[in-house]
Write a protein that binds this ligand. Structure first.
Ligand SMILES: [Fe+2]
Length: 370
């Protein structure tokens, strides 16, 4: 049965879908919403989203919904079909095909796959474009549903949706690129900090890796993991304000030197405070040397008064410090470091965090290879 959209109904669907897909800037989430909403709006069995790879000018399948894993491999082929590329990418037009297996164009092209392997009987494909530039294609398709054909009305609706979809995808991509740029800038900054002490090269990135492993084991959500990622990467950024003679001293620090060194969490906060939205990452930086028993620094916070990020980074930081060779001390093996840390549960560290650390250590030993 074909579907008819009256003017108002089509307008309602387009505004609703546009609202939903613009609700996130997470590229994966936007991609999933695009698939779900276009499938629902067109009452289709499956949808597939292709993005144009500019270097090869090929449509690459990025995600699809409604297909089994085996079928997905064959759906990828759609992006390389000449007719799709010619119609959508070159001519910037849509394409409706209502019986793939009988269609003369595809017959002539010797479509050699069976209905089982390629479960698409009919499909509607529209280009995704922004300012006349093709960025990809969206294809909604049906299995064999007798009488359920794609119409010009469907095409109009999907084309109207495609403009909003292209904008939502481009915004999310831009946001992702900016985030990547920010992270790589931060990584260069912490590399410069780590380089001040030749014995701590790569320390910050390893602490980030360990912190995220613990955070994932604790089941933290995406947003908290993102905060943990930045605060662990930047936890020692304040060392930029500590004299090299103290930082790289090849022996234990004396009283005055120790008190200078202990200023680095607060100096770090001073540095990141200038970054927009930095309030979320400040506590992880400030509190990574606090101890669960209240004997840490700089504020002698105790137990759960220490932020979760601070409690996690403390374990990750200690693991890396223990397993790194120092001029006055050979680094521990990872198993020795684990035992040392375990001993400090309840005193230096939060037992809940230690439990997650131990779990991650046995489940993903490769992450904890030093
Ligand atoms: Fe530190």
């Amino acid at each position: 049965m074909t579907k008819r959209y009256r003017g108002y109904e089509a307008f309602r669907i387009v505004s609703e879908v546009s609202r939903i897909i613009s609700s996130s800037l997470d590229l994966n989430k936007v991609g999933d919403l695009v698939l779900r909403e276009s499938m629902k709006a067109l009452d289709a069995d499956h949808t597939s989203l292709f993005l144009l790879d500019e270097s090869s000018s090929h449509l690459i399948l990025t995600r699809a919904k409604g297909f089994s894993e085996d079928e997905m491999d064959n759906i990828k082929l759609l992006g390389s079909w000449e007719i799709i590329n010619d119609q959508l990418v070159k001519k910037k037009k849509s394409l409706i095909v209502n019986d793939v297996h009988k269609n003369p164009i595809f017959k002539k092209k010797r479509v050699y796959f069976s209905k089982e392997k390629f479960p698409v009987n009919s499909f509607l494909a529209v280009p995704l474009a922004k300012d006349d530039k093709i960025i990809g294609a969206l294809i909604v398709s049906n299995r064999n549903r007798p009488g359920h054909l794609f119409t010009k009305e469907d095409e109009k609706l999907l084309r109207a949706l495609s403009n909003h979809i292209a904008i939502a995808l481009l915004n999310a991509k831009l946001y992702q690129d900016l985030k990547n740029l920010f992270i790589s800038t931060v990584k260069s900054l912490v590399k410069a900090v780590d380089a001040k002490d030749r014995y701590t090269s790569g320390h910050s990135e390893r602490v980030m890796k360990y912190s995220l492993a613990i955070g994932k084991e604790l089941g933290l959500d995406e947003e908290t993991l993102e905060i943990l990622k930045l605060s662990s990467l930047l936890h020692d950024v304040g060392k930029i304000g500590i004299k090299e003679s103290i930082l790289a001293k090849p022996a234990k620090l004396l009283g005055y030197e120790r008190s200078q060194m202990n200023r680095h969490p607060a100096i770090g906060v001073g540095i990141v405070e200038g970054i927009e939205n930095s309030h979320k990452i400040i506590r992880g930086i400030l509190e990574h040397h606090e101890r669960f028993d209240g004997k840490g620094y700089p504020n002698h916070l105790k137990g759960l008064a220490i932020s979760l990020e601070g409690r996690i980074i403390a374990v990750a930081d200690t693991f890396d410090a223990l397993t790194t060779d120092r001029p006055y001390q050979k680094g521990y093996s990872k198993e020795e470091a684990l035992l040392e840390i375990k001993k400090e549960s309840f005193t230096q560290f939060d037992p809940k965090v230690i439990k997650a650390f131990l779990k991650s250590f046995s489940k993903h030993p490769d992450i904890w290879n030093t």
